[in-house]
Design a protein around this ligand. Structure first.
Ligand SMILES: Cc1cc2nc3c(=O)[nH]c(=O)nc-3n(C[C@H](O)[C@H](O)[C@H](O)COP(=O)(O)O)c2cc1C
Length: 327
């Protein structure tokens, strides 16, 4: 049996967490990850009110009886929806865990969630914010490094450094993310001191993901050196594949464009057009460096099983090297 601080905290079989992705981590993808033994996280970012989120949660519950999480964005810059209603919906639907992410501290949402018995995992990109999350009472912290798809933060520190640094200073369990796409990354994260992993880019390229088939093909055709960072000038750095919209945003940033001018280009609608509708040049094409490790579009359960099987094989290799003792 697999047992870590994260499997015990969340009551899941494997410490593999679906990274919340705006428009992508819906009822179907999230329930598939939960059914495979990990934790699916429904993104609340696209819902305009608590009722819409409630409907998606109910859809997911029809598809799985395993634990499910919901992501609540604390992103002031993009003002993503009415969080008070989302918190109410999550409490009423008895969701066991909320993942928070974004620039604001999770402090104000932790109180009502804990009062309802809901665990809170906060996602950060720096040690400073990890410590703050622990001080605020988060139950676990997800720390994501420079290879991360989507928001990478401002510090450009790799997962391989962030995770042991976090382990040295935190008491709560750590979930590592950014660049993890197979058993090798999973095992490495555990070795570094994490008790679980958060995975985004790899799960985008699965059968159950709602990402457009043209975008999935683009993922298959792309390598680890074909992403760039955008939105750095507005202190909201994201990693993306390169297309016309990204080139345009980079040009605008170079000449000092402000958020208001950039907003139409980095909007959720244009991003949706690109990733979900397959108009590949239209919006941000968020994606991690792990894209270089993706060569197929398997089912979610195939991905999760391959993490576990592969990790056991690595363990056997380490035993054969004399580094581990057989139990
Ligand atoms: C297309 C895309 C959209 C994302 N959207 C969000 C989001 O809305 N909120 C969030 O907290 N993280 C978001 N992320 C980050 C993921 O939750 C996760 O941290 C990341 O994908 C892990 O790194 P990896 O892609 O290397 O596996 C997004 C990532 C991608 C690739």
């Amino acid at each position: 049996m697999f047992s870590t601080g994260i499997t015990r905290l969340l009551g899941i079989k494997y410490p593999i967490i679906l990274g919340s992705m705006h428009w992508i981590t819906d009822a179907k993808l999230s329930s598939s990850v939960s059914n495979a033994g990990g934790l699916g996280i429904i993104s609340s970012a696209r819902f305009k009110d608590g009722d819409e989120l409630r409907e998606e949660i109910r859809k997911a519950k029809q598809l799985t009886d395993k634990p499910l999480g919901v992501n609540i964005s604390l992103n002031r810059a993009t003002a993503l929806g009415p969080n008070t209603e989302f918190i109410q919906a999550v409490i009423e639907e008895r969701i066991p865990v909320v993942e928070t992410s974004g620039v604001r501290s999770p402090e104000e949402v932790i109180y009502p969630l804990h009062a309802a018995g809901i665990k809170v995992i906060h996602k950060v990109t720096s040690i400073k914010h990890a410590i703050k999350a622990e001080q605020c009472g988060a139950d676990a912290v997800e720390i994501v490094g420079f290879a991360n798809g989507g928001n990478v933060g401002m510090d450009d520190v790799s997962t391989i450094v962030l995770v042991p640094r976090a382990k040295d200073v935190l008491k709560i369990p750590i979930i590592a993310g950014g660049g993890i796409a197979d058993a090798r990354g999973f095992m490495a994260a555990l070795v570094l001191g994490a008790e679980g992993v958060v995975v985004g880019t790899r799960f985008m390229a699965t059968i159950e993901s709602p990402v457009h088939f043209k975008f999935k093909q683009w993922l298959l055709d792309s390598q680890e050196n074909q992403t760039v960072l955008v939105q750095r000038s507005i202190r909201n750095t994201h990693r993306t594949l390169i297309n016309d919209a990204v080139r345009q945003v980079l040009k605008m940033e170079e000449r000092g464009a402000e958020l208001e001018e950039l907003r139409p280009w980095i909007s959720g609608e244009k991003y949706r057009g690109c990733i979900i509708e397959g108009r590949l040049q239209e919006g941000m094409a968020y994606c991690g460096q792990a894209v270089g490790l993706i060569n197929d579009i398997p089912s979610v359960s195939t991905v999760v099983d391959s993490f576990i099987k592969g990790a056991r094989e690595i363990g056997e290799r380490l035993i054969a090297m004399g580094l581990l003792m057989p139990s």
